[in-house]
Structures are given as structure tokens and as C-alpha cells.
Design a protein around this ligand. Structure first.
Ligand code: NI
Length: 199
């Protein structure tokens, strides 16, 4: 069957209703619980109160007013975390003048070892604008849940432990809402190019 433009109107109206409903939902979320909703994506994000690398309070409200590249990991991570943070640093460099609109943010999944002082020393190695957040176990639990981060302690030789954890880079928009994820495999050029189109 060939649809004439007139025949398409009911479909366009239906789409408008769906989009309108979505917009309402998004609008509602801004002043509400801080939850985020995006097309075809799981709900990611929510209220939190953590401590930055300078010992200052940092909450979900501090995500507003700038874009955020957000990564969860831990400073004792032997491989993936440092590589990913290096990647985020490279992306920041490639953004040029637009880098001022983006905050690279690292949240630890190992707060017992990653104190603000440890975080400060660690994030400084990846770029001067990096923010590193930590908190008590009680503060961390809701954050991991809201951002759907998997993190589990795994004993290793010598009585030490590693943290198994999930690892996508989240992009949060200037309303503090989840906008999407970047996988590390994309590399800094592609991520920076995509990000530039959004800034
Ligand atoms: Ni790691």
C-alpha cells in the first residue's frame, strides 16, 4: 500500500504525542528526583552527594552548567582505568577551545583506598581539569545503583584486592542528564569529533 501524505497524518500525530509525553517526562525530571530518561536508554543518573579531590562537597547539582565525561573506576586499577582516563585526557586536548565546556569526572568504586588525597594525586596525572569523587560506602551505594555500575571486590595474591567493574564513559548533558555512552574502542579522535558536534 502506498501512503499519501494525508494518510501519514495519523502517524505524525501519534509521534507528536509520544514526543510530547517524553518532553514532559524530561521536564519533570529536571525539577524532580534528578532521574534521567533518554530514547531507548535505561534510566541512568540520580541524586548523589560525594566529596571531590579537594575535600569539597560535590553533588548531582554540580553536573549542571557543563557537559561531563564520567567514568567509574579506581586508582589501583592496573590497566583499564588509567587507559580510559588517558583517553578522556586526550579527548579533552582534542576539543581545543571547546574543552572549557566539558568536565572530565572520575568516580571511584573503591572508596576505602581512594581518599580525596589519593584521588587528587591520581586525577592530576590525566589533565588539570579532572575532578575525582569519593565518599563513604553509604554514599557510594546509591551512586553505583543509579548509574548502573557493576563493582565487586576480588581478592588477589598478598592479601590485597582488585575491583572488578563495568567501564563505559558516560556523557552527561548540561542539565546533569544522561546523554549517552562512549566506548573506549572508539578512540579519542572519534569521541572528540562526536562531542564537538554537541557542544
Ligand atoms: Ni579499572
Amino acid at each position: 500500500m502506498i501512503r499519501t501524505p494525508e494518510a501519514l497524518i495519523p502517524y505524525i500525530l501519534a509521534a507528536a504525542v509520544v514526543l510530547g509525553g517524553m518532553a514532559w517526562h524530561l521536564g519533570d525530571s529536571v525539577g524532580g528526583l534528578g532521574r534521567t530518561v533518554t530514547f531507548g536508554q535505561a534510566t541512568i543518573g540520580g541524586p548523589f552527594a560525594l566529596t571531590d579531590q579537594n575535600g569539597k562537597s560535590y553533588t548531582d547539582k554540580d553536573l549542571r552548567g557543563h557537559w561531563t565525561l564520567l567514568y567509574f573506576g579506581y586508582t589501583h586499577c592496573p590497566d583499564v582505568c588509567p587507559l580510559t582516563l588517558q583517553l578522556m585526557g586526550d579527548v579533552m586536548d582534542k576539543l581545543g577551545a571547546k574543552a572549557t565546556r566539558v568536565t572530565p569526572l572520575f568516580i571511584t568504586v573503591d572508596p576505602a583506598r581512594d581518599t580525596p588525597d589519593v584521588m587528587k594525586q591520581y586525577v592530576a596525572a590525566f589533565g588539570k581539569n579532572f575532578v575525582g569523587l569519593t565518599g563513604s560506602e553509604a554514599q557510594m551505594a546509591p551512586v553505583l545503583k543509579e548509574f548502573r555500575v557493576y563493582a565487586k571486590k576480588r581478592p588477589i595474591a598478598g592479601g590485597d584486592y582488585a575491583m572488578d567493574h563495568s567501564g563505559s564513559i558516560y556523557l552527561m548533558d548540561p542539565n546533569g542528564k544522561f546523554a549517552g555512552t562512549y566506548e573506549e574502542v572508539l578512540g579519542p579522535d572519534k569521541i572528540a569529533a562526536d562531542l564537538k558536534t554537541r557542544l
